[in-house]
Design a protein around this ligand. Structure first.
Ligand code: AFP
Length: 318
């Protein structure tokens, strides 16, 4: 049998993602009409967060699709305490692992605000034919071979990169096809939007408080206060900044001493997209893609967005 090329492999994974997200998109679009998929599942995930029914549905949908595609040997997701190894002959020979947040922004599900799926694909480092190991999951972001997200917003959109620029595809609900709508996306180098949960401002380090004051002043490059925009769905906040220019910050705060966002399936994939589009992603002190992961649900502080804005924010930190 002919071996697939790397390109063909990634196309198969991408097809799995479009299949699962098209199905999920339909569920989300009708969620208000179907009480059985709205609200809480009644369980708490490993992060101590209450799972929503749609979180669990999304997680299952993606797992089933990756399992069925034959070239993924295991996954890790926000909703599973441990990584999941696909234990069958075909999957054990799969070359790839996928890290994903099945439904980012779950607090927005019941209030009809944009949410998304974030994913990151790595080539396994363990031997083919065996079950994947934790080492496969704990690779630095520089090793990603594909990453992206699906945004369930005013339209459903897939944005991804295989390391050769960023492209966006919009779902045509009439045909169920994702069509190229945003070719070679570039993040503006500067912007006039900042996104941060300012409810936490009194808990932030002094340098960051000074940066936020700078954003609100006329001293910035626009000569006008930036506009604050915070949706509370990382993927939606990120997407706006990708298109219009801006910065998203989730810093260390006392309630989240290591930051709130998860390195493997939130920060790394969006950092990959940001860099591929000419933007920047750091912890405030270090490039996100260079962070060596130590555990599956590791959290990090996150500064991501337009290059000059992230550089400026970092300059305010000690
Ligand atoms: P979920 O994947 O658990 O919904 O995470 C949401 C999130 O990580 C991110 O999307 C938001 O930007 C952030 O949390 C919102 O957190 P705050 O409510 O603390 O601002």
């Amino acid at each position: 049998m002919r071996e697939f090329t790397s390109c063909e492999h990634l196309a198969i994974i991408l097809e799995a993602i479009t299949t699962a997200s098209t199905e999920l998109s339909q569920q989300i679009r009708g969620a208000g009409l179907h009480n059985h998929i709205l609200g809480q599942e009644g369980r708490v995930n490993v992060q101590g967060e209450v799972q929503q029914k749609l979180d669990v549905l999304a997680d299952r949908t993606f797992i089933q699709t990756f399992l069925g595609c034959g070239i993924v040997c295991g996954i890790a997701s926000e909703e599973n305490d441990e990584f999941v190894a696909f234990d069958n002959e075909v999957s054990r020979n799969g070359d790839f692992v996928v890290m994903f947040d099945p439904l980012d922004g779950s607090s927005n599900i019941d209030v009809n605000v944009s949410i998304g799926t974030i994913f990151s694909v790595y080539r396994r480092v363990s031997a083919k034919g065996s079950l994947p190991t934790l080492k496969d999951m704990l690779q630095p972001g520089t090793e990603q071979v594909m990453a992206g997200y699906v945004l369930y917003g005013s339209s459903t959109m897939l944005v991804f990169s295989v390391g050769k620029g960023v492209h966006g595809f919009t779902l045509n609900p009439a045909t169920g096809q994702f069509c190229l709508s945003h070719h070679a996306m570039q993040m503006p180098e500067n912007g006039r939007f900042y996104a941060m949960n300012e409810g936490n401002i009194l808990e932030c380090e002094e340098g960051l408080v000074r940066y936020i004051k700078y954003c609100q002043s006329r001293e910035n490059q626009t000569g006008m206060p930036y506009s604050g925009r915070y949706i509370g769905s990382l993927v939606a906040d990120f997407h706006r900044n990708l298109i219009k220019g801006g910065i998203y910050i989730y810093p260390v705060v006392s309630s989240a001493p290591e930051g709130r966002l998860r390195l493997l399936y939130e920060c790394n994939p969006l950092a990959f997209i940001a860099e591929q589009a000419g933007g920047l992603a750091t912890t405030g002190r270090q490039r996100i893609l260079d962070v060596i992961p130590t555990h599956l649900h590791q959290r990090v502080p996150y500064f991501v967005g337009s290059k000059h804005m992230v550089e400026k924010a970092m300059a305010f930190l000690d």
